[in-house]
Design a protein around this ligand. Structure first.
Ligand SMILES: Nc1ncnc2c1ncn2[C@@H]1O[C@H](COP(=O)(O)OP(=O)(O)OP(=O)(O)O)[C@@H](O)[C@H]1O
Length: 303
């Protein structure tokens, strides 16, 4: 089932088209929305929340039209904005309780729920101190907590790792993954770093200049380009010729062969060819592609 869908969605500002004829669907689970700064990620999220009217096309979230039913969408969706937007002189607890109350929870339930989400995001005693004195990582956690407090079905996280050091990024990414798996909340998370989303997403959408470049599952991203490295003690040329004659895509690389994985049969073909030729197989190693590499290759091919 689609949790959101856009069709020809477009947003033109006077001097720039931020989102350009975007047609994409997102299923449940954790979806990464990747694009360079200015690619149109935040604009897309604001249109999905019904906060910004599109210039063209349409979008629906959880089956609701984003232009006409924005308020209902915002009731069901949590939103962690990109930029710092927290009032400095209230504590995390006060702020999150307040926002829980604003989303309709009674006083006691709001307190309990705020305490729960603050604990989940990893804010302990510091939650009673004013937010103004927090580190960037702590502020990001508060923004995440307020996005979760009304028990949403779906959350939009706009650059949650922005401004964090490597450890903070790691912790935030782990948290985002947990929200998608343990809490069962679907997540749309943006980043300008393709590599960092690989670990936590089921699906990735890549946009550039407001246009869709690619939308696919992490598996498709990586499997399409999987290769194995083959090393034999001698007879490399013979092995390459035998594999090529058998329909395998082979390229020599120094003292090794790189064979494109066309399916599980590729491994059998390498093993059988080596055995038939009486060669000693030293290495048969699967090369794990990072989506960043795949993407770089694809973009490179279009330039
Ligand atoms: N309110 C606005 N008025 C005019 N131009 C805007 C407005 N909001 C965004 N833009 C422009 O639209 C383009 C897309 O911006 P957007 O913020 O959606 O990108 P982004 O992918 O979220 O990048 P970033 O992470 O840097 O915010 C940019 O060129 C930006 O300058």
């Amino acid at each position: 089932m689609h949790i959101l869908a856009t069709e020809g969605l477009t947003k033109r500002f006077p001097t720039v088209t931020a989102v350009d004829q975007l047609t994409v669907t997102v299923g449940s689970g954790v979806t990464g929305l990747v694009g360079a700064n200015g690619a149109g990620k935040s604009t897309l999220i604001k249109m999905l929340l019904g906060l910004l009217p599109p210039t063209g096309g349409r979008a629906s979230v959880l089956g609701l039209d984003a232009t006409s039913r924005g308020a209902e969408i915002r009731r069901l969706v949590g939103y962690m904005p990109e930029h710092e937007c927290l009032p400095p002189d209230v504590s995390a607890t006060e702020l999150v309780v307040h926002l829980a109350r604003m989303s309709g929870l009674p006083r006691t339930a709001a307190r309990e729920r705020a305490a729960d989400v603050l604990r989940h995001v990893g804010l302990a005693e510091e939650r009673y101190r004013p937010v103004g004195g927090y580190s960037t990582g702590m502020k990001q956690r508060v923004k995440l907590a307020q996005a979760l407090v009304h028990d949403p079905k779906l959350i939009f996280l706009d650059e949650p790792t922005n401004g964090l050091d490597p450890r903070g990024r790691d912790e935030m990414l782990t948290l985002v993954r947990r929200i998608g798996t343990e809490f069962g909340i679907s997540v749309l998370v943006t980043s300008h770093l393709l590599g960092e989303l690989e670990r936590i997403c089921d699906h990735v959408i890549v946009i550039d200049g407001g246009r869709l470049l690619r939308s696919s599952s992490i598996g498709e991203f990586t499997q399409a380009t999987q290769t194995v490295t083959v090393e034999v003690d001698e007879g490399l040329d013979e092995l390459a010729a035998r594999l090529a004659a058998g329909g395998q895509a082979v390229s020599p690389q120094g003292r090794m062969l790189v064979v494109k994985v066309l399916g599980p049969e590729t491994y059998d073909a390498v093993r059988d060819a080596a055995a038939d030729l009486g060669l000693c197989l030293i290495r048969l190693e699967q090369n794990r592609h990072r989506i960043e590499d795949v993407f770089r290759d694809e973009v490179g091919a279009h330039v």
